[in-house]
Design a protein around this ligand. Structure first.
Ligand code: GAR
Length: 223
């Protein structure tokens, strides 16, 4: 993505289906005047999603596009695409958006569509990642922000955070530990993109000017 000219902020479209705590992390980050991105629009496919309420106070534009109102995925996504483009969205951020997107939509936003997933991809794609991580007895879990490709939870990795898995963890305690890091890495990944520092080379992401892995690999200590 090219360098942003004249201090213009990157326009985000955030897609949600529920609680919206990652949306809140992006709202909080963009409240800082120095943050290089702003939320142009939040779209929920679920009417009444809690995340929509988070937009009221900061005055962020919202739209509800209920997939149930459409005959098929294609017509739902055509409306989604039209709505995002009409608002001038430059980067689409999936934030707990629980609908699979077709190849047409994904390819139409190639390298301008990112997702946050609660595992260290490519491990634990799909749902219930935290319960599956506890069950598998892994010592580390975490979260990933990645560019979206047509295959589920697939695509070039931008930032990851690792957290320990403790012997007394259950899915909920692990999910909470991971979520804290999600709220840290989503705004970070968006900032790196908005600063024009993220390049996709092959199917790997390279970060221009990164001094060390520390910027894109976050490894918090205990608990
Ligand atoms: C987050 O944990 C996010 O990583 C996950 O859904 C949750 C949404 O929470 N996304 C996925 O599992 C996508 N495959 P939020 O609505 O509070 O941001």
């Amino acid at each position: 993505m090219a360098e942003r000219k004249g201090g213009k902020k990157l326009k985000l479209g955030v897609l949600i289906s529920g609680r919206g705590s990652n949306l809140q992390a992006l709202i909080d980050a963009s409240a800082n005047p120095d943050y290089p991105a702003e939320i142009a629009l939040v779209v929920s496919n679920v009417p009444g999603a809690k995340g929509l309420e988070r937009c009221r106070q900061p005055g962020i534009a919202t739209a509800v596009i209920n997939h149930k109102d459409f005959e098929d995925r294609e017509s739902f996504e055509a409306e989604l695409d039209k709505t995002l483009r009409a608002q001038g969205v430059e980067l689409v951020c999936l934030a707990g958006f629980m609908r699979l997107l077709t190849d047409t939509f994904v390819n139409g936003w190639r390298d301008r569509l990112i997702n946050i997933h609660p595992s260290l991809l490519p491990a634990f794609k799909g749902l219930n990642t935290q319960a599956r991580a506890v069950e598998a007895g892994v010592r580390f879990a975490g979260c990933t922000v990645h560019y979206v490709r047509p295959a589920m939870d697939d695509g070039p990795i931008i930032v990851q955070a690792a957290v320990p898995v403790h012997a007394d963890d259950d899915a909920d305690t692990l999910a909470a530990r991971i979520l804290t890091q999600e709220h840290r890495i989503y705004p970070l990944a968006v900032r790196l993109i908005a600063e024009g520092r993220v390049r996709v080379a092959g199917e790997r992401v390279l970060i221009d000017g990164a001094q060390s892995a520390e910027e894109t690999l976050i490894n918090p200590a205990e608990r």
